[in-house]
Design a protein around this ligand. Structure first.
Ligand code: HEM
Length: 263
């Protein structure tokens, strides 16, 4: 193939028709070259071969997010129903909408509920974003659960994927905890009583019951301390932990040789 980049360094590797076409357009731009470093492989005279195409992927952190090769069935929507991907998408949506909500919400007994009312009635797109966050949370719980059912149905919990199944169980727990901690934040009657019932149930934990309840409430009964505690868990600690577990989960999918095949 003739050298298409005009720098006289030989032919370039065909990475993929769409990517190549886009790259063709952007090639003159210094920013594009700095970010994607296309020259690192094909501008230096490498020939078009499967190995060199792999280099293009492996030498770039953004392309590297995808494996060089995937099994044909694993990109078939009917196999995974995209439930894992959907759970991840919903998590991103919840993060973006959650950051928006944080601009208008203060986690104190006096401000929490009035802030929610202001958000609903006086903030541009406030009601929309709040509902996206709430519905997104319900949907994420559902999609993670259905993803787990799909994985179980395909027997993907068996060797060599047992470890990733365990990581998955932790992800399910973290998703439920995120959902539950978020539920208290509007500081309305529904939230207060849901959390009262939930923490009373935790109080029946054998041996450590009262300590567990105290740690969860931040005092002897539900109060502003509980609100602050659950807010920090909801916006900081739990998202931080779930991101780490997701990274391990995705990494394991690749290390286990991609997803399972049809039985
Ligand atoms: C936040 C929650 C979760 C996210 C974002 C997530 C994401 C993903 C993604 C993107 C995949 C690739 C294939 C697919 O889409 O089905 C996957 C595979 C897998 N997930 Fe999850 N997952 C989550 C929760 C879980 C749970 C709760 C379990 C089980 C208890 C689980 C176990 C697995 C296993 C074993 C695989 C490999 C499946 C196979 O080889 O067919 N995951 N996950």
């Amino acid at each position: 193939m003739a050298n298409g980049n005009g720098n006289g360094h030989g032919p370039r590797v065909r990475v993929g028709a769409a990517l190549e076409k886009f790259d063709e357009k952007m090639r003159g731009s210094q920013a594009w070259t700095a970010i994607f470093r296309p020259g690192s492989v094909y501008r230096r005279g490498y020939t078009d071969s499967p190995r060199n195409r792999s280099y293009v992927i492996m030498n770039n952190v953004l392309y590297h997010l995808h494996p060089v090769k995937v099994k044909r069935h694993s990109v078939k929507v009917s196999y995974t129903l995209c439930l894992g991907g959907l759970s991840f998408f919903l998590f991103i949506l919840l993060t973006v909408t959650g950051i928006f909500l944080m601009f208008f919400y203060r986690p104190t007994e006096a401000a929490a509920w009035p802030d929610i009312k202001t958000l609903e009635t006086a903030v541009t797109f406030g009601s929309l974003v709040r509902n996206m966050h709430r519905w997104g949370a319900h949907l994420m719980v559902l999609s993670v659960f259905l993803h787990m059912c799909r994985v179980f149905y395909h027997g993907a919990y068996k060797a060599p994927r047992e470890f990733n199944w365990v990581i998955g169980v932790v992800l399910l727990l973290l998703t439920l905890l995120l959902s539950f901690t978020g539920y208290l934040l509007p500081w309305d009657q529904l939230a207060l009583w849901a959390v009262t019932v939930g923490t009373n149930m935790m109080g029946y934990t054998p041996v450590f019951g009262s300590s567990v309840k105290y740690v969860l409430l931040g005092s002897n009964e539900i109060s502003g301390d509980t609100l602050l505690r659950w807010y920090v868990l909801h916006v900081l600690l739990l998202p931080f932990v779930i991101v780490i577990f997701m990274a391990v989960h995705f990494w394991r999918v690749r290390k286990d040789g991609g997803i399972t095949g049809p039985l």
